[in-house]
Design a protein around this ligand. Structure first.
Ligand code: AMP
Length: 488
């Protein structure tokens, strides 16, 4: 769900962020309340805006708002205005850019066949090109999100059923998408042919749920049934559940960064408990890059499971030497480098008693711009640490993601411009090491990375982009379009 003017803004610190969480409910009592709870569990996937669309057997009802789920759906009167046993919901990632209500999902439109609502997690890589063609054909776009192309492609399709129109639309888009869609007859869940983003199917009583992650099933006591498979369309109607595979089978390329950072640690992703995977990554990191030390300290919260795994493997004590203040948003929300520095200080503080005079191994999940690491190392030194060794539970992030995880433009990525020794100097650590790509594959899936057929999308570490980057290869044309888009 990337704004179409992404090309123009990418590279700015305040460029849009596009991670998202989706959920859908079919034949579930109080579907809106269940959907709101699921969205709350998926809050980590998007904090900018949130929305729910329901269908009560006769009419669609919708509510969208900027901010957190709790800010928008904790009022019982709001939920009461969303009647029905069928619903979809969407969380959008925080951005300081295009924070406008018309971009908040689920998108809804009336078609000749009736109403349709869509929620999208991921990012399309040919949305700008498609949008240009659609605008030329007379389509009137209401938002600047890439997801709206789905709506127009469905509207102009010559097929008669909704599902056939959806398949027609999906065959024209490239990129990463996990979708939930709602019609007056069906709840539909879709994953792109490579299955880059997650989507699971669950059962609640006699009804069905789709959700980005299993943590959204757990919060409402739903039972996990299975992952929606890469390239699969699952259609849930009164008649039951139907699976369609219009794309033929391809080798899946699930996003490995979901395992490292993005998914919630209590979720089970692709059959793998995220927490256990992160501990295994930490253990592998210790085996590959051990260093004499007195204590292992995570950069909270995302570094915690890997630090536990590291400490266990290294036989070192694990201590919460850095405390995180949970009332400050993620550092990425801050717009400028200057404010981001301030954000990190607001967010983390050192627990001096655990650090003074000790050789500290700091564990974090990733270095993106390097701002967090630099501040944390400085803070740990100021607390009196004798040595600071930084260990990172991902390989160096050398490439931007175009498939739905926010990363800055390549020239802002520390690892794109510097080798590990230089990075260590820049962040001020006595040593710095990253898990290797093979070590990561071993820890996540127990396999080696086959360079001819990698099991995951690891483009942010390798530059091996498995899906065509159509829009990003023709920036000039697209920038012109975004000027048009900005004028509307
Ligand atoms: P940086 O300060 O730019 O190096 O950012 C690194 C920190 O941001 C790490 O502590 C990560 O946990 C976190 N991080 C990494 N990727 C993302 C992302 N896509 N969105 C938000 N935070 C992230």
């Amino acid at each position: 769900m990337l704004p179409a003017d992404h090309m123009a803004s990418r590279g700015d610190d305040d460029h849009p962020h596009e991670e998202c969480g989706v959920i859908g409910a079919f034949d579930v009592a109080d579907a809106a309340a269940v959907t709101a709870l699921g969205l709350h569990a998926l809050q980590h996937r998007g904090q900018e805006a949130t929305g729910i669309v329901t269908y009560d057997g006769a009419r669609f009802h919708q509510h969208r708002g900027l901010g957190l789920v709790g800010d928008n759906f904790s009022d019982p009167q709001v939920i009461a205005r969303l009647p029905g046993r069928v619903a979809i919901g969407h969380n959008r990632y925080a951005t300081t850019g295009e924070t406008v209500l018309r971009n908040v999902q689920p998108l809804y439109a009336d078609f000749e066949f009736g109403g349709l609502a869509v929620g999208h997690n991921g990012n399309l890589t040919n949305a700008t090109s498609l949008r240009r063609q659609l605008v030329r054909r007379g389509c009137l776009f209401q938002s600047t999100t890439d997801s709206e192309v789905f709506v127009h492609l469905i509207a102009i399709s010559l097929y008669s059923t909704v599902v056939d129109r959806l398949i027609d639309a999906l065959k024209q888009v490239t990129g990463a998408y996990s979708l939930v869609a709602l019609t007056d007859e069906a709840l539909i869940g879709v994953r792109d042919p490579l299955g880059v983003r997650p989507l699971v199917l669950g059962r609640l009583g006699g009804g069905w749920l789709f959700a980005s992650e299993t943590c959204a099933l757990d919060i409402v006591g739903a039972e996990f049934v299975r992952d929606v498979e890469p390239g699969e369309i699952v259609v849930v109607t009164e008649g039951g559940v139907r699976s369609i595979r219009p794309f033929g089978r391809q080798l899946p390329r699930f996003c490995i960064f979901e395992h490292i950072y993005f998914a919630r640690p209590d979720s089970v992703v692709e059959g793998r408990p995220v927490y256990a995977v992160r501990k295994r990554i930490g253990a592998e990191l210790a085996r590959e890059n051990g260093v004499p030390a007195d204590v292992v300290v995570p950069v909270p919260d995302s570094g915690v499971p890997a630090a536990i795994g590291y400490a266990e493997e290294a036989g070192l004590p694990f201590e919460l030497g850095i405390i995180r203040n949970h009332y400050v948003g993620r550092t990425f929300i801050e717009p400028t480098d200057q404010i981001r520095h301030l954000g990190v200080k607001l967010k983390h503080s050192a627990n001096r008693a655990l650090l003074a005079g000790r050789r500290v191994v700091l564990v974090d999940d990733s270095i993106v711009r390097g701002t967090t690491s630099r501040k944390i190392v400085e803070m740990v030194r100021a607390a009196g640490a004798a040595e600071v060794h930084m260990r990172i539970s991902s390989p160096p992030t050398t490439h931007s993601c175009y498939y739905g995880i926010d990363t800055p433009e390549r020239d802002k990525l520390l690892a794109a411009r510097h080798d590990v020794a230089e990075m260590a100097r820049i962040i001020g650590a006595d040593s710095l090491a990253f898990i290797s790509l093979d070590g990561l594959y071993r820890a996540v899936a127990g396999i080696a990375r086959d360079p001819r057929a990698p099991r995951f999308c690891d483009a942010c570490f390798t530059g091996d982009y498995p899906i065509a980057l159509t829009d990003y290869e023709r920036p000039a044309e697209n920038r012109q379009l975004s000027l048009l888009a900005e004028r509307d």
